[in-house]
Write a protein that binds this ligand. Structure first.
Ligand SMILES: [Ca+2]
Length: 280
């Protein structure tokens, strides 16, 4: 608790960049015990789910994962970094990239969403979105938006876009115009750094950069209804080279499988949620 109070006070005095840095230092430097005590305050109000791994699959270690979707037996994955950004169709069983298209070097790829046979893809700071044909991965349209693009999802009616802040944007899938926004809070605090998104059974699931947590969001009332803590999902002995943060959530509606991975991770997992223990 002392650490959490210290962290909040420091963040209040010095601003969000320091909060982010403190968060990263905490992740790298704190013991599990300190980490768990630092999240006690929010855990009182928002349940924290654990996980169980139900499947382990290979993942391209050069894929700086920014978007992940599942449809028709395939994973669709977008990757970032300038000069390395791409959209891929991946066989989840083998991790093999079956089809790939690269973005021009000046674009930094971000999140994707699928609507029938079209894949919508954001870019980080280029204020440009691409629409691809799902089967050929050729660009069939472009659109523009203001500010940064991070994550993208489709709720069946509208595209939902994150930009690294606590505010989501809703886009009309036909006109790609912004039709509204929603600020997200957790335990009455703004939820910043909302990253990769997935629409799962009426909830928006979001990777929160740069943490090992996924937020389950009620988009209508703008609150986090639960956390999923994926700390330790990738074991140290499974890490083969440089890795980056947890990022990438996809959902297979037919089998209810939940896929998760991270940037440059050697593995991709399917998981089942483990409910929090009841207070005793
Ligand atoms: Ca996704």
């Amino acid at each position: 608790m002392r650490l959490w109070n210290e962290y909040r006070r420091t963040a209040h005095l010095l601003g969000n960049n320091i909060l982010l840095a403190a968060c990263m230092v905490c992740f790298l430097g704190c013991s599990a015990e300190e980490r768990s005590s630092s999240s006690t305050a929010e855990s009182r109000t928002v349940p924290v789910y654990g996980f169980e791994i139900t499947g382990t699959f290979r993942h391209d270690t050069s894929a700086f994962t920014q978007g992940l979707q599942f449809q028709g037996g395939w994973l669709f994955e977008s990757t970032g970094l300038r000069g390395q950004s791409s959209l891929r169709r991946v066989d989840p069983q083998t991790g093999r990239v079956q089809q790939r298209v690269n973005l021009p070097d000046r674009y930094f790829g971000e999140g994707i969403a699928l609507i029938s046979n079209r894949i919508y893809m954001l870019t980080w700071q280029e204020e440009t979105g691409f629409v691809f044909d799902r089967d050929t991965l050729t660009v069939i349209d472009r659109f523009s938006y203001e500010g940064e693009g991070w994550g993208l999802a489709y709720d069946g009616h509208r595209l939902i876009m994150s930009d690294g802040t606590d505010t989501l944007r809703f886009l009309d899938p036909e006109t790609l115009e912004v039709t509204g926004t929603q600020s997200i809070t957790v335990a009455d605090e703004p939820l910043r750094n909302i990253n990769e998104l997935a629409w799962i059974e009426g909830e928006l699931w979001a990777n929160i950069f740069p943490t090992h947590r996924i937020a389950r969001i009620d988009v209508d009332n703008g609150t986090v209804v639960a956390w999923i803590d994926l700390t330790g999902i990738l074991r140290r002995d499974q890490i083969t080279g440089r890795i980056d943060v947890l990022n990438g959530i996809a959902y297979d509606e037919e089998t209810q499988r939940i896929f998760v991975t991270g940037k440059l991770w050697p593995l991709l997992f399917t998981i089942r949620l483990v409910p929090p223990l009841a207070d005793g």
